[in-house]
Design a protein around this ligand. Structure first.
Ligand code: NAD
Ligand code: MLT
Length: 525
C-alpha cells in the first residue's frame, strides 16, 4: 500500500500540512480549484481538505473513486454534498472548535461597528469631512440582543454580550430550558425573539430547515430600528426582504460577513450606507487558521492510522478515551459481521444486534457501523460510513437490543440473521484483549475469529473428528484448535476448527460426505 495522498485546496496553514507530512502523508497543495479542475484530479487522492472556498458537489464526489475522507478546516460543510459523500462511503469531518473565538469576536466587532457607525465615520473622515452629528450612535448597555442558534459561537457571543451589560434572548430548538437558564439566556420562540430584540444575530448552520430563517414574516414583526448581524452563513437571511426593510427604515443597520452569493459583487447591499460588510472574515485570524488546520490534519491522521473518528458529520464519532474503551469490541463487531455473513446462503430479511453487559453503558452506534460493514462486505463494496444506508437499500431490517446482563461474560455482542423459516446467530466477547466466539446458534463454543474456520453442523455421532482430521491432514493443513458443542448426547452438534491455512472446495465436499453433516462452511475472518 502506498502513502496516503492528500489534496489540499484553499489555503491551509502549514502547521497543519506539516503534521501530515511528518506522518508520511503525500500532500499536494493546489490552492483554490474550480469544480471542473477538481473533477479532473480528485480520482488520484485518498483525502481532500477544503476550507469554505472550494465547492465539492456530487459531480466531484462521483469521480472520487479513491477518496476516503473529506476534511473541512472550519465549521460549515454547506460547500460539500454530504449526502452523495455518505452514499459513496466517504467520511466527512469538520474542525468546528478552532475558529469559535475568532468568529465570536468578529460578531461583536460588527455589532459595535453598527451601533457606533465606525466604518462609515472612518470613511467620511478620510474624505476630509468632520461629521460628528451625522454619526450619532447607540449604547449597547441595557439593550436586548436576540441570538438565533446557541451553539459554540452563539454561546460565546451571549457571554460577551452579557459582559457589555446586554440582556440576552435566545432561540434554538435544540437547547434545553435548564441549559439556557444556566447561561442566563431567556429562551423563546423565533417570533418572540424577533418582536423583542434590539439586535438580532444569527449563528445556525445553513441547512434546508434554516434557509431564509429571517424572511418577510420575521422582519414584519421586528422592532422599528432593529439591527441585524450575520457572521454565520448567507442564505439564513432572505437578502431581498432584508434590503426592503432597510430601505423602508425598519432595519436601522445590518452587518454582514456572509452572503447568499459570495463574493456579492452585484449585490445592492454593498451600496447601502447602513450596511457594514466584510468579506467572510469571521475565521480570518492567524490563531483560528492555525487551530483549524492543526485540528483537521490531526483528525485525519487519527482516522486513517488509528480509526479514531472525531468530528464526523456523517458517522458517529469517538474520542480517544471512548476508542480505547471500545477498540476490542469494534474489531469483534466487524469480525462477527464477517463471520455471520459467510455462514449464510442468502441475504437475510432482518439482522438483530444484541449488545449485552457493560458495553450498554456507552454509545453503541460505532459498534453498529463496524458490525454492518463486516456483514455487508461479502455482498458489496462498503465502508463504515455507508453501511447503514446499504443495509436499508438491500431491504434488510435492523433491530438492536440492549441487555444489561451478559451472563458469565463482561460484555457480549450477538448477531442474528433472520429468514422467514430459520435464523442463524453468533455471539462473541473479548477476554484479556483476545476476541472469542462463544456461541453459534444455541451451541456453546470457543473459537477465535481469525484466519480460516471450518464450521460443521452435524448429528452428534462418533467418528467425525477422526474423519475430518484425516482428510485435512492429507492436504497438509494444520488444525490450530478445535471445539465441539452439543445440546444433548446423540442430538444436534457443532464442530468448529481453526485452521492454519485455507482448504479448497473439493476438500469441503469430501468432508460433507460424512453422514450426519447437514451444514458445512469455511469462513475466513
Ligand atoms: P454549532 O453547531 O456549534 O451551533 C449551531 C447551533 O445552531 C446549534 O446550537 C444548533 O442547535 C442551532 N440550530 C440548528 N438548527 C437551528 C434552527 N432551525 N433554529 C435555531 N437554531 C438552530 O456551530 P457554530 O460553531 O456555533 O457555528 C455557527 C455558524 O457559524 C455556522 O453556520 C458556521 O458555518 C458559521 N461560521 C462562520 C464563520 C465565518 O467565517 N463567518 C466562522 C465560523 C463559523
Ligand atoms: C467556517 O464555517 O468555519 C467559516 O465559514 C470559516 C471558513 O471560511 O473556513
Amino acid at each position: 500500500m502506498g502513502n496516503t495522498k492528500v489534496l489540499v485546496t484553499d489555503n491551509l496553514e502549514q502547521e497543519g500540512t506539516s503534521i501530515l507530512k511528518k506522518a508520511n502523508f503525500e500532500v499536494d497543495e493546489k490552492g483554490k480549484l474550480s469544480v471542473e479542475e477538481l473533477e479532473k484530479i480528485i480520482g488520484r487522492y485518498d483525502v481532500l481538505i477544503v476550507r469554505s472556498g472550494t465547492r465539492v458537489p456530487s459531480s466531484v464526489i462521483e469521480k472520487a473513486d479513491n477518496l476516503k475522507i473529506i476534511g473541512r478546516a472550519g465549521v460549515g460543510v454547506d460547500n460539500v454534498d454530504v449526502k452523495t459523500a455518505t452514499a459513496k462511503g466517504i467520511l466527512v469531518m469538520n474542525a468546528p472548535e478552532g475558529n469559535t473565538l475568532s468568529a465570536s469576536e468578529h460578531t461583536i466587532g460588527l455589532i459595535l461597528s453598527l451601533a457606533r457607525n465606525i466604518p462609515q465615520a472612518d470613511a467620511s473622515l478620510k474624505t476630509g469631512k468632520w461629521e460628528r452629528n451625522r454619526f450619532m450612535g447607540t449604547e449597547l448597555f441595557g439593550k436586548i440582543i436576540g441570538i438565533i442558534g446557541l451553539g459554540r459561537i452563539g454561546k460565546r457571543v451571549a457571554s460577551i454580550a452579557h459582559s457589555l451589560g446586554m440582556k440576552v434572548l435566545g432561540y434554538d430548538p435544540y437547547m434545553t430550558e435548564e441549559d439556557a437558564l444556566s447561561l442566563n439566556i431567556s429562551l423563546m420562540t423565533l417570533e418572540g425573539l424577533c418582536m423583542q430584540s434590539d439586535i438580532i444575530s444569527v449563528h445556525t448552520p445553513l441547512v434546508p430547515e434554516t434557509k431564509h430563517l429571517l424572511s418577510e414574516k420575521q422582519f414584519f414583526i421586528m422592532k422599528d430600528g432593529v439591527m441585524i448581524v450575520n457572521v454565520a452563513r448567507g442564505g439564513l437571511i432572505d437578502e431581498d426582504i432584508l434590503i426592503k426593510y432597510i430601505k423602508n427604515g425598519k432595519v436601522r443597520g445590518v452587518a454582514l460577513d456572509v452572503f447568499e452569493k459570495e463574493p456579492p459583487l452585484e449585490s445592492e447591499l454593498l451600496k447601502l450606507d447602513n450596511a457594514v460588510v466584510t468579506p467572510h472574515l469571521g475565521a480570518s485570524t492567524r490563531e483560528a487558521q492555525v487551530n483549524v488546520a492543526r485540528d483537521i490534519c490531526q483528525q485525519i491522521i487519527e482516522a486513517i492510522q488509528k480509526k479514531i473518528i472525531r468530528n464526523a458529520i456523517n458517522m458517529s464519532t469517538m474520542d480517544e478515551k471512548l476508542y480505547e474503551k471500545m477498540k476490542g469490541y469494534l474489531t469483534l463487531s466487524e469480525k462477527l459481521g464477517i463471520f455471520l455473513s459467510q455462514l449464510l446462503d442468502d441475504i437475510p430479511e432482518s439482522l438483530i444486534i444484541e449488545y449485552a453487559g457493560e458495553i450498554v453503558n456507552y454509545d453503541v452506534s460505532p459498534l453498529r457501523a463496524y458490525v454492518l460493514k463486516g456483514f455487508l462486505e461479502r455482498f458489496c463494496p462498503v465502508t463504515y460510513v455507508n453501511a447503514p444506508l446499504i443495509l436499508r437499500e438491500k431491504g434488510i431490517k435492523l433491530n438492536e437490543i440492549k441487555n444489561k446482563s451478559a451472563g458469565e461474560f463482561f460484555t457480549t455482542i450477538r448477531l442474528e440473521a433472520k429468514y422467514s423459516n430459520e435464523s442463524i446467530s453468533v455471539t462473541g466477547t473479548v477476554v484479556s484483549e483476545k476476541l472469542k466466539i462463544v456461541k453459534i446458534n444455541d451451541f456453546d463454543v470457543e473459537a477465535i475469529p481469525q484466519g480460516y474456520l471450518l464450521i460443521c453442523l452435524n448429528d452428534d455421532k462418533p467418528g467425525l473428528m477422526g474423519y475430518i482430521g484425516t482428510i485435512i491432514g492429507k492436504k497438509n493443513v494444520n488444525i490450530a484448535s478445535m471445539t465441539l458443542g452439543r445440546k444433548e448426547k446423540g442430538g444436534q452438534a457443532i464442530t468448529v476448527l481453526n485452521l492454519d491455512s485455507e482448504i479448497d472446495k473439493q476438500t469441503i465436499k469430501e468432508i460433507e460426505k460424512f453422514s450426519g453433516i447437514w451444514r458445512i462452511k469455511l469462513v475466513r475472518c
